[in-house]
Design a protein around this ligand. Structure first.
Ligand SMILES: C[S@@+](CC[C@H](N)C(=O)[O-])C[C@H]1O[C@@H](n2cnc3c(N)ncnc32)[C@H](O)[C@@H]1O
Ligand code: SF4
Length: 375
């Protein structure tokens, strides 16, 4: 099985916290860029020859800025160049202000069956410093309208650990999210990325830096509130009802191959990671003409081991004993490390795997990096 990721590098506005790859001035070349994405999809079809494609994910940037024709062209290329399974999961990241009746109807007609809507916060003052292009009301209306029009697999993105966000306010955001009756929630702790407007606000003192204690208390509230409401915590930042996991993301965590197209998109084929240039002009000018628009790295045995721990330990599926054996097995010092985590309640051993406990999840990156190997 395999997945396809399509990166749409356009945004209406620059959100103050965001350091993903996007441009806000794209009208002069959008046609060329969409054509380059279709060309890349076609050029790379041999990479997934004979492999059924289960998931397609449109991320960004802001995929919901695509016109109906642009989206249709991309999906047509995907369908004709790759072997999609019957009823693949096709996810579309949506900014609430783009979720009009007309757009939602068009997206559904084109085969989009999962929406990931970026609400981010239920507080107007947060959306203002974030420089978001929508209000909280638009966020809630987007979800309700999508439901009315038949979307039954909806995820929302929420950020916690925000400057001045109290635990009471965070709890009220979670309750408003639960009132929306959605199937999936992705919730991320705010990271203050260097060179963003947010890092500037914090350095100047315009916004206060959230404390680590506040962020971990809010993570605890997130986990307990969503668990009480019947959501399964299946990855550090992801919660699903009725097993409506994000299949596409779960595939990344389980080392399934995927082709990522568009500027800055990453790909993985089991042995190599590849990433495209994070520059829109360079991308559309060079795709298909030379090899200067992407880089490839072949993973060493240690790289594969390290990545397996980093991604696997974040999920409810954990790290499989069989995969650990395939990757060479634990060495004596790693076994001692493992025993320590099991004895201190940070990890649990099951018949087929090892998983982090809720307490362990708070230290997921530290625990996985303690198993890292250097070539
Ligand atoms: C790159 S965005 C794309 C989605 C869409 N453009 C949007 O803004 O809703 C993916 C998600 O990453 C999260 N994110 C981006 N930057 C973040 C940051 N600095 N800290 C925490 N979460 C962040 C947001 O929740 C966002 O919805
Ligand atoms: S958060 Fe989303 S909408 Fe905002 S700049 Fe980043 S990608 Fe664009």
């Amino acid at each position: 099985m395999a997945g396809i990721y399509v990166h749409i590098p356009f945004c209406k506005k620059r959100c103050s916290y965001c350091d993903f790859h996007f441009s806000t001035t794209f009208s002069s070349y959008r046609e060329k860029l969409i054509a380059a994405i279709c060309l890349e999809l076609d050029l790379r079809k041999s990479e997934l020859k004979g492999i059924p494609v289960e998931t397609v994910y449109f991320g960004g940037g802001t995929p919901s800025l695509l016109t109906k024709d642009e989206l249709s062209d991309i999906l047509h290329t995907v369908r004709s160049a790759y072997q999609l399974i019957d009823r693949p999961e096709i996810t579309f990241e949506v900014n609430p202000d783009d979720a009009t009746t007309e757009n939602l109807i068009a997206w559904k007609a084109l085969g989009i069956n999962r929406l990931s809507i970026g609400l981010q916060s239920f507080q107007e003052t947060d959306l203002a410093w974030m420089n978001r292009s929508h209000s909280t009301q638009q966020g809630e209306e987007a979800v309700r309208l999508a439901q009315t029009l038949g979307f039954d697999n909806i995820s929302i993105d929420l950020i916690y650990g925000l400057p001045e966000l109290s635990n009471e306010q965070w709890l009220s955001h979670l309750n408003r999210a639960l009132n929306l009756n959605i199937q999936h929630i992705s919730s991320y702790c705010l990271t203050i990325e260097p060179k963003t407007a947010l890092s500037h606000f914090v350095e100047k003192g315009t916004l206060s830096r959230p404390s680590e204690d506040q962020q971990s208390e809010q993570f605890d509230l997130l986990v307990s509130t969503l668990a009480s409401a019947g959501f399964e915590h299946y990855e550090i930042s992801n919660f699903a009802k009725d097993q409506k996991y994000a299949k596409h993301n779960a595939a990344y965590w389980n080392f399934t191959p995927y082709v990522g197209v568009g500027p800055s998109a990453h790909s993985f084929n089991g042995d190599q990671r590849r990433w495209n240039v994070a520059n829109n002009t360079k991308y559309y000018q060079e795709v298909g003409k030379n090899d200067a628009w992407f880089e490839i790295e072949t993973l060493s045995a240690s790289d594969k081991w390290n990545e397996y721990f980093l991604t696997g330990l974040r999920t409810k599926w954990g790290i499989l004993k069989k995969s650990i054996a395939d990757l060479g097995g634990f060495n004596p010092s790693e076994l001692i490390q493992l025993e320590t985590y099991l004895n201190t309640g940070l990890m649990i051993e099951n018949q087929e795997n090892y998983v982090l406990t809720e307490k362990g999840k708070l230290q997921a990156d530290g625990i996985s990096s303690s198993f890292f190997r250097i070539d």
